[in-house]
Design a protein around this ligand. Structure first.
Ligand code: TA6
Length: 292
């Protein structure tokens, strides 16, 4: 159970997710955010009972694993471990149990993860991670990474957000036009106009670098626009697996790919962050979901 003493503000409640795992439920004027202690993963952001994020239709709420959906974290590496092998893709922060260290009636909760023998076996550095989740008219996430050791380290990190879009064929992402991009998809769109907003016409797995701090996701099938406002994020990854990759992914039904896209606020590859001993880096994301 959370480390902090038992008192919580009235609009923050301890609860359990469908897998019986500890989570926190924040409420603000009818909106709800659910945050699992496993991985400090935002599971859902509910407005009038509708999830503004997205969860795969065969979700597994298992100990030590992220649910495919919501906002899984990425730290300290993005994608497969550089040495390959058995270390978890997207790093280990998403698989560890975080501790609740602060809560107030904004409402805000702050979860913390510090290094231990288990993490040292995967990554030989001392760190303190903190994830702040603040629910108001917007949802604000802040991931801070502190180097508590005596050697500098470099790390990749991302807020790997899954967004409901209703129909990915009509969804578009605005703000990345002209940004440097690496396409990682195995069956990508043959060629696409980098000066135009991003449309989804094939498997899409694009790492954009040197990105602006404001992006917009338009989902006409849901009459919804989401504005993503970041600080401390130089990279953005836009992902949709399309049917063939969906068939290889856990927790997914065959048609799930049509319902979502990921826009990940990140610092990866050339923009991995080097943090000196005693220093910190903060990556913040503010999500503003509007009817459009
Ligand atoms: O961020 C895109 C990506 O690297 C895809 O290639 C795909 O592997 C996806 O992440 C899986 O992320 P997840 O957090 O669902 O395991």
């Amino acid at each position: 159970m959370p480390r902090m003493d038992q008192r919580l503000p009235a609009n923050v409640r301890r609860d359990q997710d469908p897998g019986g795992r500890d989570m926190l439920r924040l409420e603000h004027e009818g909106d709800v955010v659910e945050v699992a202690l496993c991985g400090a993963q935002v599971l859902r952001w509910l407005r009038d009972g509708t999830d503004l994020l997205w969860t795969a239709s065969q979700p597994k709420y298992a100990a030590g694993q992220p649910v495919r959906g919501g906002v899984p974290l990425v730290f300290p590496w993005f994608g497969d471990h550089p040495d390959g092998g058995k270390l978890p893709a997207h790093g280990f922060a998403r698989n560890q149990t975080w501790q609740l260290v602060h809560a107030n009636d904004t409402p805000e909760v702050v979860l913390e993860l510090v290094d231990d023998d288990a993490t040292h076996k995967m990554w030989p550095h001392a760190f303190r991670l903190r994830l702040s989740v603040v629910l108001g008219a917007k949802l604000r996430l802040g991931l801070s990474i502190e180097n508590t050791g005596d050697q500098p380290f470099s790390c990749e990190q991302a807020l790997h957000t899954y967004f409901s879009v209703g129909d990915v064929h009509t969804a578009t992402v605005h703000g990345l036009e002209g940004a440097t991009c690496i396409e990682q998809a195995s069956e990508p769109e043959a060629k696409w106009d980098r000066k135009q907003p991003l449309h989804f016409r094939a498997e899409t797995d694009r790492i954009f670098q040197g990105v602006p701090d404001r992006l917009e996701l338009r989902a006409p099938a849901l009459a919804r626009t989401v504005v993503l406002q970041t600080t401390g994020a130089q990279s953005a990854i836009v992902w949709n697996p399309w049917p063939n990759k969906t068939a290889k992914l856990s927790q997914m039904a065959a048609e799930d790919w049509q319902q979502f896209c990921c826009i990940e606020s990140a610092n990866v590859r050339a923009h991995a962050v080097t943090i000196a001993p005693g220093e910190s880096h903060a990556l913040t994301l503010r999500l503003d979901c509007r009817a459009s």
